[in-house]
Design a protein around this ligand. Structure first.
Ligand SMILES: CC(C)(COP(=O)(O)OP(=O)(O)OC[C@H]1O[C@@H](n2cnc3c(N)ncnc32)[C@H](O)[C@@H]1OP(=O)(O)O)[C@@H](O)C(=O)NCCC(=O)NCCS
Length: 189
């Protein structure tokens, strides 16, 4: 099998900004994830859950500030986190935005010295294309314990496949759109 090409921010539209989410994005993130949660593709979130953890979200937004994609870092320990709530607005699928927000979350993870990421998905090719490796979910008893609590509280848990990525000490994040743009602006100044 051919090795997937490393993703860079250059594949996103020049008018799309990949950035850390701010509190004002919380409502749009909620609107983005809720229909997918209803389909069992991700866990449901409330406005308060998103707003109180807004520092863990990365979004792709257009020039007018409209949120087109999001992803979140959910920490389980100082070294382990899940890439969760990966959602792209339906009209923007297949344009690289899902990859870009996951790369943004990976940057965030590295900045927090998190070494191992995992993700659960029904869309195998998405995480494989981002060089995640399939792994049994039993590797993450913390996640299974959370599923158990949610299931007991009535949340339907759709079984998904598990993927893992070790960032390691030498991992370096690809440049994000915002940095590429900032650099261009510096040159123009
Ligand atoms: C899954 C999702 C996040 C992908 O976002 P996207 O912006 O469309 O994906 P990208 O354009 O970055 O695609 C990256 C790779 O994933 C693959 N991929 C994306 N969606 C796919 C799908 N539905 N089925 C199979 N492969 C898919 C693409 O082929 C691409 O591979 P390539 O680079 O080798 O061509 C998006 O379709 C989505 O929001 N789905 C609904 C929510 C969901 O299922 N979230 C949980 C999934 S992690």
């Amino acid at each position: 099998m051919a090795t997937p090409k490393p993703k860079t921010a250059e594949s996103a539209s020049p008018r799309t900004m990949v950035r850390r989410a701010v509190r004002a994005d919380a409502g749009q993130i909620l609107e983005l994830v809720t229909p997918y949660a209803a389909q069992g593709l991700m866990l449901p979130r409330t406005f308060d859950q998103i707003a109180s953890r807004i520092d863990n979200y990365v979004v792709a937004a257009d020039a007018s500030g409209r949120v087109l994609a999001c992803a979140a870092l959910e920490e389980y320990s100082p070294s382990l986190a899940e890439v969760s709530s990966v959602a792209v607005s339906p009209a923007y699928h297949g344009k690289g935005l899902g990859s870009q927000v996951v790369l943004g979350v990976e940057r965030l993870a590295r900045a927090r010295d998190i070494e191992e990421l995992f993700a659960l998905s029904l869309t195998d090719n998405f995480f494989l294309s981002l060089t995640y490796k399939p792994t049994p979910i039993s590797r993450y008893p913390e996640k299974l314990a959370r599923y158990d609590i949610l299931s007991k509280s009535g949340v339907e848990i759709v079984p998904k496949r598990c993927f893992q990525k070790v960032l390691g000490k030498t991992w370096s994040a690809p440049r994000l759109v915002e940095q590429a743009q900032a650099r261009k602006q510096q040159k123009l100044a």
